[in-house]
Design a protein around this ligand. Structure first.
Ligand code: ATP
Length: 582
């Protein structure tokens, strides 16, 4: 509870002057609201007093009510503005902070949380915080002021009549409380169902091509509908409560009026009360209904908001993969690969309870060298390069950049000098040139873009697009072929080169001629080191040396010629490919 309150306070205190202004205008609003009935009473009683005695008084009362109503309107509007804007600003800040935090998590977080559910949960949770810090706080002050001033005024007029009004208010409050508790439970269930639904929809939309090619629309629709029905069911329950509780509020105002009219009417008959006083009392009773219904709403909003806050806190308190690592000074960063890379007895497993994917791997890569990695499928080639580029964290002492232990380096420091073109290419829904140049400033450099497009063997193909390099690639690059996407991804790495370039099987989707061109260009212009994962001999025979991975172990290392003699896997692959050529 306290941690949640301090979470709210840590954001609200940044806007304390907004809230202070809001509270002052709210006080003015409530003071004017409870003062107007006094003038109504004066006006009515002056009418009852007859023309001579009353007309002047009545006119004065009417004018005062008019002025006060104007003040009320302005003060109420300002009080709302001063509470709502901080609520929205806090929502904006929180979304930014959450995005930064989520971006700092490693792969393990995303293995257990689908992006659909993360987005939906965060939106829901942050909405809850906005409700609390905006309308919620306004209501709390509103209720506190109204429930102290209005009953006081009523009590001063007639303690007995005040007690009569409390009974229906209490009954309705209890009903509202139970109704709201039921609503909170269902809102929570609905939120969870919505998260699952968003997760499914996102996954089905990204796998739309598979759904179409296997003609499994019905299966996807049924899966989606399962959750859709849940969202509908819970939503319906919430609507039922709303349809019952909200009219109850309106009803309560009428019940109160009847109670006050009956009990107060008796007082008027006994001449203990004037007609004006009775009208004033009825106005107060009506003023009470809103804060009481507001109380039911506030309790629910806070309960719901607190659930959201604890889920946000879980994310906020989770450490990013690099939180404990110190950033390198900029000059150290740029010289990170100056002494090459040393891998020493590297072993890696994804989870503590699983077998090692990589075992006891050692090799050196000097600046300027080209190294090939080859081996059967699933032996840990991508895992190895993800250890080198800092996405995965090897244990201390197993991977070094000169004298710097990679286990102590931040991933972004490593990736400033190590560029990777992976198997899975991601393109943003933007133009080709922006997809290439996004890492460096907002305006792509025409000449450099042209140069890297040529070196990635994309220049001719792009000329044929209607808008050339300004062609939009569509969601995730949908309008490009697999090979084109890979080469744009290569162009991206060449546009802002690091000191070590890693290519994970990027030649798999290109023809032999394009492959030859790409290799020639890569070797001609390479800066620093180059690691290429490939099983193609045309690539491996041109490197300085290659390593062969089998079953997570390094089974052979050497030049193309050496490996033909020492590695069975290498020789077999060579023979098969040579056989294919004949
Ligand atoms: N995030 C992960 N969590 C758990 N296991 C994983 C994860 N990623 C990969 N693996 C496992 O690690 C092993 C090696 O995978 P990796 O992708 O490194 O192989 P690879 O040699 O690059 O395969 P390919 O040639 O098919 O690209 C596989 O058995 C795979 O199932």
């Amino acid at each position: 509870m306290w941690s949640k309150l301090s979470f709210i306070l840590s954001y609200t205190h940044r806007f304390k002057w907004w809230y202070t202004g809001g509270v002052l205008f709210l006080l003015l609003t409530i003071w004017v609201s409870v003062t107007i009935p006094e003038y109504v009473q004066q006006g009515i009683d002056s009418i009852a007093g007859g023309r001579d005695a009353g007309s002047g008084l009545m006119l004065r009362a009417v004018l005062t009510i008019l002025v006060m109503s104007l003040v009320l309107m302005v003060a109420r509007t300002l009080s709302r503005i001063l509470f709502f804007i901080p609520g929205r600003l806090i929502e904006r800040q929180l979304k930014g902070e959450m995005f930064r935090k989520l971006a700092s998590f490693g792969k393990d977080y995303y293995e257990n949380n689908s992006s659909g559910s993360i987005i939906s949960r965060i939106n829901n949770d942050i909405n809850g915080v906005r409700m609390i810090t905006g309308f919620g706080l306004l209501q709390i002050f509103n209720i506190a002021f109204s429930l102290s001033l209005t009953p006081y005024k009523m009590w001063m007029m007639s303690p007995r009549l005040t007690l009569y009004t409390i009974i229906p208010i209490f009954v309705v409050f209890v009903i509202v409380r139970f109704g709201m508790a039921y609503m909170v439970k269902n809102t929570h269930l609905r939120m969870e169902a919505l998260q699952r639904l968003s997760g499914r929809i996102i996954s089905f939309l990204s796998g739309n091509a598979v759904i179409k090619s296997y003609n499994i629309h019905r299966w996807a629709e049924e899966k989606t509908d399962e959750e859709n029905v849940n969202v509908y069911d819970y939503g319906l329950r919430i609507s039922w409560v709303r349809s019952f509780v909200m009219p109850l509020m309106g009803g309560m105002e009428q019940i109160l009026k009847v109670v006050v009219l009956m009990a107060g009417g008796m007082l008027v008959i006994k001449t203990d009360f004037t007609i004006g006083q009775l009208t004033e009392f009825i106005a107060y009773a009506a003023l009470l209904t809103h804060p009481i219904s507001g109380l039911g709403w506030v309790l629910t909003a806070f309960q719901q908001g607190f659930v959201g806050i604890s889920s946000l806190q879980t994310i906020m308190n989770r450490k990013g993969v690099d939180d404990d690592r110190k950033a390198l000074a900029p000059e150290m960063r740029t010289r990170l690969f100056d002494n090459g890379l040393q891998v020493r007895h590297l072993s890696y497993r994804y989870h503590n309870d699983e077998d090692y994917v990589l075992s006891d791997i050692s090799f050196d890569l000097k600046p300027g060298q080209v190294m090939g990695i080859t081996g059967p499928v699933g032996v840990g080639k991508s895992t190895l390069i993800n250890c080198i580029n800092g996405y995965l964290k090897p244990e201390s002492g197993q991977l070094w950049f000169g004298s710097l232990d990679a286990a102590r380096l931040r991933g972004d420091d490593i990736r400033q000098v190590v560029r990777t073109v992976g198997q899975e290419v991601f393109l943003f829904s933007d133009t080709i040139e922006n997809n290439i140049a996004f890492g460096e400033g907002l305006v792509p450099d025409d000449e450099r873009v042209g140069d890297v497009l040529y070196r990635s063997a994309m220049a001719d193909e792009i000329e044929r697009f209607p808008k050339g390099r300004r062609t939009m690639v569509g969601e995730k690059g949908i309008m490009l072929s697999g090979g084109q996407k890979q080469r744009i991804s290569l162009a991206r790495a060449l546009y802002s080169p690091g000191k070590l370039l890693i290519l994970d099987d990027v030649f798999s989707a290109v023809d032999t001629e394009t492959e030859r061109f790409l290799i020639r260009e890569l070797f001609k212009f390479r800066q620093g080191g180059l690691i290429i994962i490939s099983n193609r001999m045309s690539v491996l025979e041109r490197t300085d040396f290659n390593i062969v991975l089998e079953g997570g172990r390094l089974t052979a290392m050497g030049t193309h010629q050496q490996l033909l003699e020492t590695s069975d896997f290498y020789r077999n692959t060579h023979d098969i490919q040579e056989g294919g050529k004949r």
